[in-house]
Design a protein around this ligand. Sequence first.
Ligand SMILES: NC(=O)c1ccc[n+]([C@@H]2O[C@H](COP(=O)([O-])OP(=O)(O)OC[C@H]3O[C@@H](n4cnc5c(N)ncnc54)[C@H](OP(=O)(O)O)[C@@H]3O)[C@@H](O)[C@H]2O)c1
Length: 391
Amino acid sequence: MMKRISILGSTGSIGQSTLSVVEKYPHRFKIVALAAGNNVMLLEQQVRQFKPTVVSVSSEDSAEILKKRLQGFRVRVLSGIEGMIQVAATDDADVTVSAIVGTAGLVPTMAAIRAGKRIALANKEVLVTAGELVMHECRSKKISLLPVDSEHSAIFQCLLAGENRDIKQLILTASGGPFRCLAKEDLAGVTMAQALKHPNWSMGKKITVDSATLMNKGLEVIEARWLFGLPPEKIKVLVHPQSIIHSMVEYRDGAVVAQLGMPDMRGPIAYALSYPDRLEGVSPELDLARVGTLTFEEPDVDRFPCLVYAFDALKAGGTMPAVLSAANEVAVRHFLDEKIGYVDIARVVKSTMDAHQPSAIRTVEDALKADLWARKKAENLIETGITRQSM
Ligand SMILES: NC(=O)c1ccc[n+]([C@@H]2O[C@H](COP(=O)([O-])OP(=O)(O)OC[C@H]3O[C@@H](n4cnc5c(N)ncnc54)[C@H](OP(=O)(O)O)[C@@H]3O)[C@@H](O)[C@H]2O)c1
């Protein structure tokens, strides 16, 4: 059956991979709505190729430019948060792909859930910031939230092999990032360009830096906690530099079920869109004889403390994961602007968390308030140089 798709974040790495899946299977998928930030040129090309009925961009200025470029084309051009919400919840869509980066994706994703859309979730920050609330809303609307993150897609698939009551633990694999073999004393000098060279995956800048600090894995632990309803003690991280095993589930009888594949996001994206069907030839074939060796090691939390901070935030509960995520977003942005160093990212996150008293999240507004508080605190820490002085 033809599925009608709306994409939040169509100009990003996941957004573009989603469009390439849609392009390959035109008899299965149709694009009806797209939302982006401010990459008007790319969005214009996407509109011309995929012919959605509604699109949205971040600013009014970008919307004006897009309208001019698309004069005579049958498409509604919207802007701002209202525009994103309309794209997320449009009547025409069956599935909404949530692929905006950061907390900016929370409100439109909630709007899609409330409108009863199936969600293909790439934006992990949505579940990190307000996981309990989002899952509660999904249950009460009886909608499926299907993971796009390759690790969570793998676990979702491994869980088809057993019963939830028999799970011993989830094992999230991590590539270890570009600095896996670097000595602790050398981490202080690494550059933004080095952090952006991920060994196995091609992704947006923020998630690539998160992979280099292992914060990405920490965010994924929190994401897994809410997606699969398991406590942090049952979620383990294992470094697997080849990124062939995307994650595993260990059952109580000792059986470990793994999902393998080439590192290519089109696989998990297509699975989230077509589930329970599997499409022919989505990602490149895995030739294990050619891969040869699969290796594993424990994560080094001394060199990569962000992973511990994520577990700490999960245990503290309430607003703490939202604070971890927002402080990290601020720190990563400053690192990408070359205003702070690589090791400062962890310092900003830790100092922001240390200054926070967690409280319960009952509404989206509670989550956004904590997010805003953490952004201000993190900015302030960076401005006053507190993190550097404590080195
Ligand atoms: N890339 C991957 O392989 C991968 C894998 C697993 C999970 N994820 C998760 O998927 C999400 C997206 O990652 P990505 O790598 O695709 O990021 P990305 O390449 O940086 O793309 C981000 C997208 O979000 C849009 N955007 C950013 N801020 C926005 C705002 N305030 N309002 C509206 N749109 C906004 C951008 O628009 P413009 O560019 O037009 O400004 C772009 O379309 C992240 O949460 C990431 O953790 C990614």
